[in-house]
Design a protein around this ligand. Structure first.
Ligand code: NAP
Length: 305
């Protein structure tokens, strides 16, 4: 069996590529590690994806995209891509269980994984107060005091979401300005349950069986202090999922993101990349979906010569 297109990753960019490739009647396989949706599957509320004026739950949108891709004939296999062989005209995608799939083109839509703080106690208390997913763990912190770390869209959006549960949300950012969208900043500044702590980094997370306290350092005056919290949510950015491309000639930038042109071509012929895994200005569901559509049509043009 030789596919026309194999898409690695089932987030919005991968599923958009799957919809466009299948509608172009290309024999399409999508390989997804866990469940389709990627980051949106753990996002409570999306309010900037066109067509949903009151916003939409991320998981619900992901399910709709998956259903749409299957409707047009895309096959979906669950497994983790561990290697891609790109040298020959027929390319090979190998999964961690050693299954092999062959294809004329590959679309890399493997997204990115959350970054950790890399401080003492973080690893030890994962699932015991340290979390990277507000939708998954927010309800455990009803009427508790918690901390959220980060100053980007994720941190502010999730801090707002967590006010539904927590009694108080301490939003800790290492600078004195957020990088998040202004509309999110306005909402955060207006939310009485959010206490903003600027110019501070987390040095240590401590507790007995669960998180009880974090140590903060003010980066301007170097003074350390303790903050009693029951949980800490970390949203300090993402790292692209490109490890499985180590043995290829696909060009990455210094931060590890895949370099593409406007048509989603990577530096290797027949290999395309889309969504958060590629170097780009704006990482949003809408740009991921746009990337995926372009990648699929570029793959079609490549196959048709
Ligand atoms: P991000 O934009 O990269 O922001 C990461 C934040 O974490 C920054 O404020 C950064 O501080 C801080 N940070 C990084 N490393 C840190 C460390 N070691 N310790 C403490 N703080 C640290 O990441 P993101 O917020 O996850 O967003 C990722 C992408 O998804 C963005 O393109 C974003 O627009 C998009 N997104 C959009 C939405 C939406 O539209 N509603 C929602 C979520 C995400 P500095 O500012 O000082 O660098």
């Amino acid at each position: 069996m030789i596919y026309d297109v194999i898409i690695v990753g089932g987030g919005p960019s991968g599923m958009s590529a799957a919809i466009y490739a299948s509608r172009a009647r290309l024999k399409t396989l999508l390989i997804e590690k866990a469940g389709c949706g990627g980051q949106i599957a753990i996002t409570d509320h999306l309010e900037n994806y066109p067509g949903f004026e009151e916003g939409i739950n991320g998981f619900e949108l992901a399910m709709k995209m998956e259903k749409q891709a299957r409707t047009f004939g895309c096959e979906i296999v669950y497994g983790e891509a561990s290697a891609v062989e790109t040298e020959d005209a027929i390319k090979k995608v190998v999964l961690s269980d050693n299954k092999e799939y062959f294809t004329k083109t590959v679309i890399i839509a493997s997204g990115a994984n959350f970054k950790k703080l890399a401080v003492g106690g973080e690893q030890e208390f994962i699932g015991k107060g340290v979390s990277y997913c507000a939708t998954c763990d927010g309800p455990f912190f009803r009427n508790k005091e918690i901390a959220v770390v980060g100053g980007g869209d994720s941190a502010l959006q999730e801090a707002l979401y967590l006010t539904k549960f927590a009694a108080k949300v301490n939003l800790i950012h290492r600078r004195d300005q957020f990088r998040a969208a202004k509309i999110l900043q306005e909402k955060v500044f207006a939310e009485p349950k959010i206490n903003i702590i600027f110019d501070s980094v987390v040095e240590k997370i401590s507790g007995n069986l669960t998180v009880e306290e974090i140590t903060l350092k003010n980066v301007k005056n170097n003074i350390s202090s303790q903050l009693a919290v029951n949980g800490i949510f970390v949203f300090v950015g993402w790292l692209p999922n490109t490890n499985f491309l180590n043995n290829t000639a696909i060009k990455l930038n210094e931060a590890g993101y895949i370099v593409t042109d406007d048509n989603m071509n990577t530096s290797v012929q027949g290999i395309f990349a889309c969504g958060d895994v590629r170097q780009k200005l704006l990482r949003q569901v809408v740009t991921a979906a746009g990337d995926g559509a372009i990648a699929a049509i570029s793959a079609q043009h490549f196959i048709e010569g």
